[in-house]
Each structure stands twice: as structure tokens, then as C-alpha cells.
Design a protein around this ligand. Structure first.
Ligand code: G
Ligand code: G
Ligand code: NA
Ligand code: MN
Length: 254
């Protein structure tokens, strides 16, 4: 593919950016953390969305390097915030993990290295994995994730509700947080909140924190709080922003 050769050099050329999507604590509307998202600012093609280059990266294996890059940048930023700010609990960040990184690469080693190098607060660097990814190889994924959790990383189950796995089944995995897929938030916004409410209730009963994704309005935010979600992200609270904007938002700008 046309972009493949470029992608190999994109990291060295500083074209890959880590953006920060705010995650807000619904109880008091403070910024609790961020999901980090990769963007490619291509010199010719402009901003290339993750959906375009990540599948190429996954096929060629470059996703491993991109993943290490995202982990390193995110953890370094978290460490800076935690040094500059005294907030309890500390601000967290979640990094998306791809299939190859978890199932065909030594993710444990990458996480261990990054945590040791940065010394971020335990649990404040979270890995975000989709339900379909962990279900590709549930036995292996459960073992790996248990070892990663022992290192002190947090684990968030992304796009919850889009697959076929029951929450009860997913209790076998050491997730501390689930992120409810935005399709349920859209349903809720059009008056159908039954599934969302039951997911939240079950998650809370088994001790998981709940993030709702795709909160686009104040009405969404109020309803999600009322239904017991702990956190929400989405355009109601902010779009993916640069690291400098994120620093300002948390009050850690120099
Ligand atoms: O922000 P955007 O709509 O471009 O994100 C599209 C998809 O790309 C999302 O599903 C998001 O999870 C994924 N994505 C963004 N950044 C990363 C990353 O660093 N690693 C992986 N594996 N996926 C990412
Ligand atoms: O697959 P994943 O959930 O990781 O993807 C997150 C994607 O959702 C990012 O591309 C981000 O830009 C996008 N996003 C964030 N907030 C909203 C929102 O409120 N509405 C919609 N439609 N997309 C959002
Ligand atoms: Na995600
Ligand atoms: Mn998601």
C-alpha cells in the first residue's frame, strides 16, 4: 500500500501524534483522565485517521512500534502531571492495545519497561482492550492480563456490549473498568436506556468502574450520571486534544 513505506518512517519524522481525549468524573465534572489516540500528520496527505493507518500497521507489524511509542509518550506525560499536581486519585490515561501487541508480542515486557522508567502511580496507566480482542484467545489473554495487572497497570475493557461475551464470563479477566460502547449511549439518547442501565448495574455489582463513551450533550451527561456511570467521555466534554492542551486542562502547564 502507498502509505506503508511512509509509515515506517513516520515515527522518526515526528509525524505520529498522541492526542488526549478527556474522561470526566460525572460526580463533580472534573477531568479524571484521558484516552490517548494516535494521529498521523502526513506531509502530503494531511491528517490520516487511525482507522486508515492502524490496519496497515497491524498487518505489517508496525503496530508494535506504534504501540510502544503510545505507551512511552503517555506514561511520560502522566509522570509529569503526577509530579506537578497533587490530586487523589491521580489522573489516569488509557492506551489502546491492538491484537498483535497482546497476542503476538511481548506486551508484558513493554509495560514493565515503561512503568519502571516513569514510575507512574499504580493503576494510573491503563491498557484499553476491546472485547473482541480478548475473545480472540481468551485463555491466553486472561493469563497475560493477570501478569500485566500484577505489574501495576490498570485494565479497561473497551466497546463493552458489542460482542457476545457476558459480563459474568469477563469476570475471569482482571479488568478494573469497562467502557460502554457508544451505541448504547445513542440508544439512551433516543429513549431506550434499558440495556445501558443493566450493564451499569451488573458492572458495579462485580466491582468494576464504568466509563460511558460518546457522550455528546449535556442531556447525555446528566442521564449517564443518573444511571450510575462513574465517568464519561465524548464531545460533551471535549474532543481529542494535543498534549499541550491536555496539560492546560489538568493545570499542569508550565
Ligand atoms: O480517534 P479515531 O476515531 O481515529 O480512532 C479510531 C480507532 O482507532 C479507535 O477504535 C481507537 O481505539 C483506535 N486507536 C486510536 N489510537 C490507537 C492506538 O494507539 N492503538 C490502537 N491499537 N488503536 C488506536
Ligand atoms: O474505538 P474507540 O472507542 O477507541 O474510538 C474512540 C473514537 O471515538 C475516537 O476516534 C474519538 O475521536 C471518537 N469520539 C470521541 N468522542 C466522541 C463522541 O462524543 N461522539 C462520537 N461520535 N465519536 C466520539
Ligand atoms: Na478505545
Ligand atoms: Mn471504544
Amino acid at each position: 500500500l502507498m502509505l506503508e513505506g511512509d509509515l515506517r518512517r513516520a515515527i522518526e519524522r515526528n509525524e505520529i501524534k498522541v492526542l488526549f481525549l478527556p474522561i470526566v468524573r460525572l460526580e463533580d465534572r472534573t477531568v479524571a483522565g484521558f484516552e490517548t489516540l494516535l494521529r498521523w500528520d502526513h506531509p502530503k496527505h494531511g491528517r490520516v485517521p487511525a482507522q486508515t493507518f492502524l490496519p496497515i500497521a497491524e498487518e505489517t507489524g508496525l503496530v508494535v512500534d506504534l504501540g510502544i511509542f503510545a505507551l512511552e509518550r503517555t506514561a511520560a506525560e502522566l509522570a509529569a502531571w503526577q509530579a506537578a499536581l497533587v490530586v487523589e486519585p491521580p489522573i489516569f490515561a488509557t492506551v489502546n492495545i491492538s491484537s498483535r501487541q497482546l497476542l503476538r508480542h511481548d506486551l508484558l515486557h513493554d509495560v514493565k519497561t515503561v512503568l519502571a522508567r516513569t514510575g507512574v502511580a499504580p493503576g494510573s496507566l491503563k491498557l484499553e482492550l476491546t472485547e473482541s480482542l480478548v475473545m480472540e484467545n481468551p485463555e491466553y489473554a486472561a493469563q497475560m492480563l493477570a501478569r500485566i495487572q500484577e505489574l501495576g497497570a490498570g485494565l479497561c475493557l473497551d466497546d463493552f456490549g458489542t460482542g457476545y461475551s457476558a459480563l459474568a464470563y469477563l469476570q475471569r479477566f482482571p479488568f478494573d473498568t469497562i467502557k460502554i460502547d457508544q451505541s448504547f449511549v445513542r440508544q439512551m439518547a433516543s429513549g431506550r436506556s434499558t440495556i445501558l442501565r443493566s450493564i451499569v448495574r451488573m458492572a458495579r455489582e462485580i466491582g468494576l468502574e464504568v466509563v460511558a463513551e460518546g457522550a455528546e450533550s449535556e442531556t447525555d451527561a446528566v442521564a449517564l450520571a443518573e444511571f450510575g456511570c462513574d465517568y464519561a467521555q465524548g464531545y460533551a466534554f471535549g474532543e481529542p486534544m494535543s498534549v499541550l492542551q491536555a496539560r492546560q486542562l489538568v493545570g499542569a502547564a508550565p
